[in-house]
Design a protein around this ligand. Structure first.
Ligand code: F6P
Length: 357
């Protein structure tokens, strides 16, 4: 008999259900007796003992469904070791529920914050296997996370739609792309959507360089310009500020997001009409794309294989086109950012894309 607990934590993304189905089908199709307990709404379910016993049927018909059938929540790592308002020791509570159910392993699907807590639970002696989910693709130790390709598709669609209206009106358009503190999603959707300017957190921008690029395009006869701007994009001036100074600036920040700040400054400097489009959480919604369905199923299946071999303490990741197991202690707390000197950035520049640097 093997007994596992499963949970999804942090912001949702496409293919969470496909990944859980991959784990469950692999286990149910093995020769072992298997019990799977699903904890509801992320670590909250594990902390407060909210779970249900799942059957084979819970995992059928969910391959194509977005979201997570277990529900999710954000339980920030920085709060995990601080007792809550009822003086509950969250780590002790999670351990207690794990032992009460006599679990052999926890399967945890999540991004950066989730991995820090997963690693803490491993350090506390629990058996843990994790799967890398996030549209941001910022998890260290894996070239790709599931959810990312689906989000690239949606953000690209948004840029495609903006392209036609921008061309008709001869306007400057900013499409703001998610990605938190990294630029993977913006870089990929920007290139796929034929953006003229791509601004990512890893390459601070200079507004004058952006204006120069727009002018160049106008001189070459293009009436419109598309900017793909990461929600975490930062100007060269702001990048020089200390954390404290930046925090102070943000206290009096009057814009809903960086794109609106850039839009106002661009309109002033160029005298052109600028519009902002923010696809926002649509990038995390809807069905997973076929790539993510296959990718998440493969990762899930490999996770199932590790569990059957009683190999714990790993994230199942993807490197150099191979599925690999990465020690959790290597993953936790590290961010995978776009290298400003990466080949893909150089190629984008050779295509004439400006990064505003
Ligand atoms: O990590 C995924 C993500 O969608 C980021 O791209 C974005 O910054 C953040 O989550 C939004 O979080 P929330 O859904 O809590 O607003």
């Amino acid at each position: 008999m093997i007994r596992i607990g499963m949970l999804t934590s942090g912001g949702d993304c496409q293919a969470l259900n496909a990944a859980m189905r991959g784990v469950a089908k692999t286990l149910f199709n093995s020769k072992e007796d298997v019990e799977i307990y699903g904890f509801l709404n992320g670590y909250q379910g594990l902390i407060h003992g909210k779970f249900r016993l799942l059957t084979y049927n819970d995992f059928t018909g969910i391959l194509t469904q977005g979201g997570t059938f277990l529900g999710t929540s954000r339980t920030p790592f920085k709060t995990i070791q601080i007792p809550d308002e009822d003086s509950l020791d969250k780590v002790a509570a999670m351990k207690q529920n794990y032992y009460k159910l006599q679990l052999d392993c926890l399967v945890i699907l999540g991004g950066n914050g989730t991995h820090k807590t997963a690693n803490l639970l491993r350090e506390q002696g629990l058996n843990v296997i994790t799967l890398p989910k996030t549209i941001d693709n910022d998890l260290w130790g894996t070239d790709m996370t599931f959810g990312f390709q689906s989000a690239v598709d949606i953000a690209t669609d948004a840029i495609d739609c903006i392209h036609t209206t921008a061309a008709s009106h001869g306007r400057i358009f900013i499409v703001e792309v998610m990605g938190h503190k990294v630029g993977w999603l913006t870089l990929n959707a920007g290139m796929a959507g034929g953006a003229d300017i791509i601004l990512i957190p890893e390459i601070p921008y200079d507004l004058d360089k952006i204006v120069k690029k727009i002018k160049e395009r106008h001189d070459q006869g293009s009436r419109f310009t598309i900017l793909a701007v990461a929600e975490g994009a930062i100007s060269k001036e702001d990048a020089k500020l200390s954390k404290k100074e930046l925090k102070k600036k943000m206290e009096n920040y009057k814009y809903p997001s960086v794109s609106y700040e850039i839009a106002e400054q661009l309109a002033k400097k160029s005298g052109l009409e600028v519009r902002v489009t923010v696809p926002g959480h649509t990038q995390r919604g809807g069905s997973p794309c076929p790539y993510d369905r296959v990718f998440a199923s493969r990762l899930g299946s490999e996770a199932g294989k590790l569990i059957l071999k009683r190999e714990f303490g790993f994230m199942v990741g993807y490197r150099n086109r191979e599925i690999v197991k990465v020690p959790l202690e290597d993953v936790a707390g590290k961010l995978k950012m776009v290298d400003p000197n990466a080949t893909i950035v150089k190629e984008a520049k050779m295509l004439g894309i400006s990064f505003g640097d």
